[in-house]
Design a protein around this ligand. Structure first.
Ligand code: ADP
Length: 234
């Protein structure tokens, strides 16, 4: 329809602008990073007195750099595509957990796992890990007072095709239907300063590019379940 056409043209335009801006930001970041090292070197032992400030500068530069990477990944997903490989999604879930363990501990979140999937899928491992971590971090944000995170994987058919279903379920704040509708929209976020609103949009691009599907079910006050289905590797 015309509306969809206008929407996709708008998105393409946003993508172009975003990529341009992100590239522009990358250069000054690199210059800042380099000069920070030089200043630290010149100060020698005296740099110790400003240890905290140096750490903060490092962290904030890192943060800008991560946001820029996300923007580029959203705007130019083809350039960032990794090679695909056959692997078991449950291993990706296992590899992802240690990376977020400190956040889970801090928020007193209990983790339950059900790994029943036996099939292999075809996707870049790092990209699937990025998707899984993004879903887990969102789940953690949704459970500020603790709760339960359930991670499951099982063999499942979609439209008659064999594949693997990975579920990330939280007992968090949940979402109203009008929010659920928008979660995959680029730049949609309810997290004021912390959010970019790109996590789920990028996740959707990565999963659908492999012929998979990502969906969500949520109930306000009860929690949210995200489902990733990926076709079995032939
Ligand atoms: P960001 O996390 O930067 O806001 P995302 O694209 O990952 O960007 O998520 C978009 C929005 O979807 C979030 O701001 C939040 O409102 C909502 N959301 C995502 N996951 C959950 C969840 N598990 N529970 C409740 N709300 C969620």
């Amino acid at each position: 329809t015309t509306k969809q056409l206008i929407m996709s043209e708008k998105l393409a335009a946003i993508g172009e602008i975003t990529a341009g801006v992100a590239h522009e930001i990358n250069n000054p970041i690199a210059v800042m990073q380099g000069n920070l090292e030089v200043v630290r070197g010149v100060m020698g032992d005296r740099a110790d007195a400003a240890r905290t400030e140096f750490r903060l500068l490092d962290e904030q530069i890192q943060r800008i750099s991560q946001i820029v990477t996300k923007l580029l990944q959203f705007a130019k997903p083809e350039e960032y595509a990794g090679y695909v490989e056959r692997h078991a999604p449950r291993e990706v879930v296992s590899d992802s957990l240690p990376l977020v363990q400190h956040l889970l501990n801090k928020a007193s979140i209990e983790v339950k796992r059900h790994d029943a999937a036996r099939r292999l899928v075809l996707m870049n491992r790092t990209e699937l890990q990025q998707v899984v971590i993004n879903l887990i971090v969102n789940a953690i944000h949704a459970m500020p007072d603790g709760g339960r995170l359930t991670l499951s994987s099982r063999d499942a058919e979609l439209d008659g095709r064999p594949g693997v279903l990975v579920e990330v379920e939280d007992t968090g704040v949940g979402m109203a239907p009008e929010i659920v509708q928008k979660v995959f929209d680029p730049f949609f976020t309810t997290k004021r300063r912390e959010g970019t609103g790109l996590g789920l949009s990028i996740s959707q691009t990565l999963v659908t590019r492999q012929g998979g599907k990502i969906s969500v079910e949520s109930e306000p006050g009860r929690g949210t379940t995200f489902r990733i289905w990926l076709p079995e590797a032939a």
